[in-house]
Ligand binder design. Structure first.
Ligand code: PSU
Ligand code: MN
Length: 305
């Protein structure tokens, strides 16, 4: 494993001293946002985590190494290469490692690597889930199975309604993955604060969330926990407006026959174009909001452990 896993000095030291660390994914950089906003956002997210008193650990595969704590140069490279970087979910990991390539890790692959390194808190924008029409396409993100398998807490702003949020919640329930709403009973829908579905548990402080996660581990339950943190009100989008554009993006993807791992990046890009960048601003702000909460939870977790 030593030959395949690289943990930055700073992250290694933080872990050894029981200091709070927050993992971050890299598909959001290469496939989730356009350049240069992707790199600016990734840097700002790290700064927000530092300002909150935790250590950021951006995770990616760099020249075949599972890297925990990417450098500014590495983040810049992933951002500039954009879609040319391989999008790496769990099943893709062995191949980018074997070829000593760069890879941008999804929520699933990032969780797996964070767990290898001993990082328990991971902040991102949105998770993958059950796609609309999954009853015929069977398109269900590997993120959901990873949440069943791997003990890492994922802080997100819910799931975009490019997905079937109701079915995504059903799948999480089946897999025994608890969904916690931060200061809310409503499952957020990424760009908006409410999806029309409920979370499993509402918790109102980072301390309560850390304690619940700690207890999950302490009683021997493997698997993750999803923390859904609604987008701040001032950055939330009009739900009719965003839903209409998501509908158009889905129609276009269907028309073009987009499928498999291209689906999510295609839809993210299309929605950004259709909304003239308005959705990108919301996207950036909700990631900041999640980074801050992730740092607060990580700090509380360190106090318990
Ligand atoms: N949803 C978003 N932004 C993202 C992603 C999803 O709002 O950047 C990315 C994440 O990396 C997520 C991945 O893990 O897409 C899911 O891809 P797939 O549906 O192919 O599993
Ligand atoms: Mn898929």
């Amino acid at each position: 494993m030593k030959n395949y896993l690289h943990i930055s000095e700073e992250v290694q030291q933080a872990l050894a001293e029981n200091k709070p660390v927050v993992a971050l994914e890299s598909t959001i950089i290469s496939h989730g946002m356009p350049y240069p906003q992707n790199v600016q956002t990734a840097q700002m997210v790290e700064q927000i985590i530092r300002d909150a008193g935790a250590i950021p650990a951006t995770i990616a595969v760099i020249e075949g190494k599972l890297t925990v704590g990417c450098s500014a140069e590495q983040i810049d490279r992933l951002g500039q290469k954009g879609l040319a970087v391989t999008k790496v979910s769990r099943r893709d990991l062995p191949f980018v490692v074997a070829k000593k390539q760069d890879g941008a890790t999804t929520v699933a692959a990032t969780m797996y690597i964070a767990h290898l390194a001993g990082v328990h808190v991971f902040a991102t924008g949105g998770i993958g889930g059950v796609h609309r029409n999954a009853e015929t396409t069977m398109d269900i993100s590997a993120d959901l199975d990873e949440l069943q398998e791997t003990s890492v807490m994922v802080v997100c702003a819910g799931a975009k309604s490019i997905l079937d949020i109701g079915l995504t919640l059903e799948c999480l329930e089946t897999r025994g993955v608890p969904v916690v709403g931060y200061k809310t009973e409503d499952m957020p829908a990424f760009y908006t604060q409410k999806s029309g579905f409920k979370v499993d548990y509402r918790l109102d402080t980072p301390q309560e969330i850390a304690l619940a996660y700690h207890c999950k581990c302490a009683i021997g339950l493997k698997g993750g926990m999803l923390v859904a943190n609604p987008i701040p009100d001032q950055y939330a989008m009009d739900s009719n407006y965003i839903d209409e554009n998501i509908r158009r993006a889905l129609e276009e993807a269907d028309h073009l026959g987009i499928h498999g791992k291209e689906t999510t990046p295609y839809l993210l890009d299309k929605i950004q174009k259709l909304t003239g960048g308005q959705s990108l601003q919301s996207n950036i702000q909700l990631v900041y909001n999640n980074a801050k909460l992730g740092a607060e939870i990580a700090k509380e977790l360190c106090k318990i452990r």
